[in-house]
Design a protein around this ligand. Structure first.
Ligand code: SAM
Length: 226
């Protein structure tokens, strides 16, 4: 690491106050979530009749977009934060999707599900919350059914402070100071593509499963052999 490279500073794990949950839900995630779901479906295809699990589902916004895009999809959303799930339940009810989206509270580092239980495991923007990201990635890999898909996306920690400031300016330049601070803290807490590759190697996933997919995101895509 050179002098100017950014050292990782992990942020708080759970987003578990009523204010954080309401604040997160009120932000505009539409473009990012639509792209996440489209990219996932391009890899996995439509539902095969099993269940997709969304790890760190927050207020269930991604399950709602996925349920609309794939009319047969059944989704289990899990999160450790009760306040996020409370808002999530309201969102699911509002879209009348409680028959297809189930929400459960659990710690993503030790999920109460059997090996290979889900036809796909998806996750957006949780890895940077976890002090030891290998714990959660190991759990996600464990849950993928034979022939199923793992699709995980998160922010990348920029190489230096100048790049971090530029991303905050580009994506939160017109937002309130608190929103700019949140994005800056999340970027500083994020892992790099190289760090994800180090984590997945002992799990038996090739380094090529992860790569940059925007100026600020990495995506990990892996299929468990059928
Ligand atoms: C930035 S939000 C992303 C929410 C959602 N995936 C989205 O893209 O809208 C991260 C979520 O991960 C959850 N989280 C963090 N650590 C967790 C853990 N150990 N177990 C379960 N959920 C966790 C937080 O409570 C929060 O809801």
């Amino acid at each position: 690491m050179t002098k100017s490279e950014l050292k990782r500073v992990p942020e708080e794990e759970m987003m578990d106050t009523a204010d954080e949950a309401a604040g997160y839900d009120a932000m505009d995630h539409n473009v990012v979530n639509a792209r996440f779901v489209a990219d996932f479906l391009a890899e996995h295809g439509n539902s095969r009749g099993g269940t997709v699990i969304d790890v760190g589902t927050g207020t269930a916004l991604i399950p709602i977009v996925l349920a609309a895009a794939d009319r047969r999809a059944k989704i289990m959303g899990v999160d450790g934060a009760g306040h996020m799930l409370e808002v999530g339940h309201r969102n699911v009810e509002e879209f009348r999707l409680s028959g297809r989206i189930e929400l459960r509270q659990c710690d993503a580092k030790a999920m109460p599900f059997a090996d290979g239980q889900f036809e796909a495991v998806i996750s957006n923007s949780i890895v940077h919350h976890i002090r030891e990201p290998e714990t959660i990635l190991r759990e996600m890999v464990r849950l993928v059914a034979p022939g199923g898909t793992l699709f995980v996306r998160d922010l990348v920690r920029p190489v230096d402070q100048g790049r971090l400031d530029a991303i905050v300016e580009r994506y939160a330049g017109n937002e309130a100071p608190i929103a700019r601070r949140f994005l800056a803290e999340s970027l500083l807490s994020a892992v790099t593509v190289g760090e994800v590759q180090e984590i997945i190697r002992p799990l038996g996933l090739p380094a090529s499963s992860v790569g940059m997919t925007s100026d600020r995101h990495w995506t990990l895509v892996w299929k468990r052999p059928g």
